[in-house]
Design a protein around this ligand. Structure first.
Ligand code: GDP
Ligand code: MG
Length: 224
C-alpha cells in the first residue's frame, strides 16, 4: 500500500514537470516525439535514417536516454544536430524532469522536431509522460508476436505502432496479423506501420507520418 502512494507522488510530480515541458515546446513550436521499445528494437537506427532523410527539410534535435554510456548520442554526432545524452544511472525510464533539464540546454527556437529515445524497455517508460505531443512504440520482428499482450501499456498509450526489422520476417514465425489484432485490443485508433530501416521498405510511410504530425501541430492554435 505504501509503495503505491510513493508511485502516485512521483507521478504527480512528473506530471507537473511534463506540463511545463509541454508549454515550453508549444511556445517554441517544437514537436517532441517519445520513442519507446525494448532494447535493440531499432530506435537509434530509425533516428539515424530519419535524420539522414529529413535533415535537410526540418530542423531536428535529439535526446538520448540510457542507463549508462553515450553510445547512442555518439551515433548521431555525424548529423551535426543538438543532441543530449541523458544517463539515468540505472533507472529504467526517462522522466519529465530530466527532459526539462535537457531542453534548458537546447536552442529550442527554430527547431521543428525533438526526438527522444527513451530507455530501452517495454515496462516503465510508458508510465511517465515526458510532455511529448506524440508517442511511438516500436516492436521488432525478432521480439516475437506476443509482446503486445504481455506489455499492453506501452502499446495502449502509443500514437503509432512501428513494427521494425521487417526484413527479418521470413526468418521468424512472427505474425503481423496477430500483432495487429492484439494492438487493436488495447489501442483502437493509432496507425500501425511495418518497416525495415535496413532495406528501406515501409520507410516512406514513416516519413509521411512525421510530416503529417508536424503539420497538425503547426495548425494547432497557440495559447497566448
Ligand atoms: N535486420 C535489421 N536489423 C536492424 C534494423 N534496424 C535496426 N537493426 C539492428 O538492430 C540492432 C539494434 O538497433 P538499435 O537501433 O541500436 O536499437 P535500439 O536499442 O532500439 O536503439 C542493431 O544491430 C541494428 O543494426 C532493421 O530494419 N533490420
Ligand atoms: Mg538506442
Amino acid at each position: 500500500m505504501a509503495e503505491i502512494l510513493v508511485m502516485k507522488a512521483v507521478n504527480a510530480e512528473n506530471e507537473a514537470f511534463a506540463r511545463r515541458v509541454r508549454e515550453r515546446l508549444a511556445e517554441a513550436g517544437v514537436l517532441m516525439i517519445n520513442l519507446m521499445s525494448g532494447p535493440g528494437a531499432g530506435k537509434t537506427t530509425l533516428l539515424e535514417k530519419t535524420l539522414g532523410r529529413l535533415g535537410d527539410r526540418y530542423r531536428f534535435a535529439a535526446i538520448e536516454g540510457d542507463l549508462f554510456t553515450d553510445r547512442d548520442a555518439r551515433r548521431l554526432e555525424r548529423f551535426h544536430i543538438p543532441v543530449i545524452q541523458l544517463n539515468t544511472q540505472g533507472s529504467c525510464h526517462l522522466t519529465a524532469q530530466m527532459i526539462e533539464a535537457a531542453i534548458e540546454k537546447m536552442p529550442l527556437a527554430g527547431l521543428d522536431f525533438l526526438l527522444v529515445e527513451n530507455v530501452g524497455n517495454l515496462v516503465c517508460p510508458s508510465s511517465f509522460n515526458l510532455g511529448e505531443q506524440r508517442r511511438v512504440t516500436l516492436l521488432s520482428i525478432s521480439e516475437g508476436s506476443d509482446k503486445i499482450a504481455k506489455y499492453p501499456k506501452a502499446f495502449r498509450t502509443a500514437d503509432c505502432l512501428v513494427v521494425t526489422k521487417l526484413d527479418l520476417l521470413p526468418a521468424t514465425d512472427f505474425s503481423l496479423a496477430e500483432v495487429a489484432a492484439d494492438f487493436r485490443v488495447v489501442n483502437a485508433h493509432s496507425p500501425i506501420l511495418a518497416l525495415s530501416a535496413k532495406t528501406g521498405e515501409g520507410m516512406t510511410q514513416w516519413y509521411q507520418m512525421l510530416k503529417t504530425w508536424k503539420a497538425e501541430e503547426d495548425a494547432r492554435p497557440r495559447v497566448a
